[in-house]
Design a protein. Structure first.
Length: 201
């Protein structure tokens, strides 16, 4: 029986020693395999997460650009309306020299000057300089038109026009005002084209 106990003990010890080796190898292989699987899983998800982040960053940038373009369009459009309304006021005053139109024309010139100053960054430098010059000429146009209105009213009323200015001076003033108006008309068309190009990007 002692032999039997020794044999069972030897068998258990021999199995136990290899069991320890097998268990140790199993544990190491299990850890190695689980680490590899976990790394592969993490890498896969990190890549997917990076793709999603890139996609959303791109969509966010596109949305931001669209909002900026919408705001830019609104600014350009507002400035364009002021410039165009000034043209319409000048057209009305040019068609019929009505003294009642002078205050609104004067106010429009003031609004236009303010709009140009407020939107300086939107206007190309060359256009800005020309606009300021033309607004200053429009301010003279305004006073020239007032003088012409006075003359026309006197003529229409059958009054004798005092020879404060000669007909040649009156014609020169009319021609100067016409040139100013034509330059302004052309310039705002150029500015409109420039605005369209800038909005399109």
């Amino acid at each position: 029986m002692i032999e039997y106990v020794k044999l069972v003990t030897a068998f258990i010890v021999s199995i136990g020693g290899s069991s320890v080796v097998i268990i140790a190898l199993s544990k190491w292989f299990g850890n190695f395999l689980s680490t590899r699987l976990l790394d592969a899983y993490n890498n896969k998800h990190e890549k997917e997460l990076e793709v999603i982040k890139t996609k959303y960053a791109s969509e966010l940038e596109n949305t931001k650009n669209e909002l900026e373009k919408a705001k830019q369009f609104e600014l350009y459009n507002d400035l364009w309306k002021v410039l165009l309304y000034t043209k319409r006021q000048a057209d009305l005053l040019w068609q019929k020299a009505d003294p009642n139109q002078i205050p609104s024309f004067s106010e429009q010139i003031r609004l236009t000057r303010n709009a140009i100053s407020d939107n300086l960054l939107l206007i190309e430098e060359e256009h800005y300089e020309k606009l300021i010059q033309l607004i200053e000429q429009f301010e003279q146009f305004q006073f020239g038109k007032l003088k012409l209105i006075d003359i026309r009213i006197q003529i229409e009323g059958g009054e004798q026009v005092q020879q404060i200015i000669s007909k040649a001076d009156a014609q020169n003033t009319i021609n100067k005002n016409r040139r100013t108006k034509e330059k302004y008309d052309k310039l705002i068309m150029d500015i409109g084209k420039s605005f369209r190009e800038q909005i399109k990007g």
